[in-house]
Design a protein around this ligand. Structure first.
Ligand code: NAD
Length: 259
């Protein structure tokens, strides 16, 4: 993807999993990458990994649900490199998994704040730096946002992920005038560290019903996907090879959402 060389990407949730693999994939294409995450130690390890690849890299210590920090991070990346061409709005958490009747409102809010408000803030603060030259925004939703609703206790997560799909489509239409493409990807189970930000409550057992297939079962490979497989899709969407693709929801799940 030669056209990505020397272009600028901002990747959120870049310290781990899908974000990390994507930061590496974009750097391999010659992009300059701003790594956004609140996990400082891991983020610095990824920075080192990219620097070892001779990539240009910067980091931002940001909670994506904090408007000021997000604003500062996008301004800093644009100041450093003069432009922003691609944004991977990917930071997210599973949060507290609980039956709805036991869900604490503050736990609901936290999941919605990180996953949904965080996505909105990243797109909002990217626009001023992208509207001149156009570019590509890719948002990480999930199969739990539009096709799969059998992961018990994930009402807040699924709602946030469904909201991202609607938001991406609104943004695609609104930002088409600036030649900014916006797409949303819906991964199935991917092997990452997301369980660290997953907090099932004991009450969950009350609402479980037997499911036909074990969670994470994927017909294509009979195993969860790898973050690098998602990263390849993001690099494609960031590139001119996807120049006519916007407002689209792409499933990357080995057919997990079809069973
Ligand atoms: P991960 O936990 O390995 O990585 C997520 C990263 O986001 C972490 O480094 C974490 O520190 C960061 N993060 C969390 N909250 C943040 C905040 N408020 N501000 C900034 N950074 C924050 O998980 P992952 O699986 O790579 O998750 C990436 C995205 O993929 C998420 O949006 C998740 O919902 C989505 N997703 C994951 C799977 C899966 O099976 N792993 C499936 C579908 C969708």
């Amino acid at each position: 993807l030669p056209e990505l060389k020397d272009k600028v990407a901002v990747v959120t949730g870049a310290a781990s999993g899908i974000g990390r693999a994507t930061a590496v994939a974009l750097a391999q294409q010659g992009m300059k990458v701003c790594l956004v995450d609140l996990k400082n130690e891991r983020r610095e390890q990824v920075k080192q990994q990219l620097a070892d690849m001779k990539a240009e890299v910067m980091t931002a210590d940001v909670d994506v649900s904090d408007p000021n920090r997000v604003h500062q991070a996008f301004d800093a990346a644009a100041k450093q490199w003069g432009r922003i061409d691609a944004v991977f709005a990917n930071a997210g958490i599973n949060g507290v998994l609980s039956p709805i009747e036991d869900m604490k409102p503050e736990d609901w809010d936290h999941t919605l704040f990180v996953n949904l408000k965080g996505t909105f803030l990243c797109v909002k603060h990217a626009i001023p730096h992208m509207k001149q030259n156009g570019g590509s925004i890719i948002i990480t939703s999930s199969i739990n946002g539009s096709r799969v609703f059998s992961n018990f206790g994930m009402s807040a997560y699924s709602t946030s992920k469904a909201g991202q799909v609607a938001f991406a489509k609104m943004a695609a239409l609104e930002l088409a005038r600036y030649k900014i493409r916006v797409n949303v990807i819906c991964p199935g189970s991917i092997k990452t560290n997301i369980s660290e930000n997953t907090h099932p409550t004991p009450e969950l057992d009350k609402i479980k019903i037997p499911v036909k297939y074990p969670e994470g079962s994927q017909p294509l490979e009979h195993a969860p996907g790898q973050p690098e497989q998602v990263a390849d899709l993001v690099a494609f969407l960031a590139s001119d090879a996807a120049s006519h693709i916007t407002g689209t929801e792409l499933f990357i799940d080995g057919a997990e959402s079809l069973i």
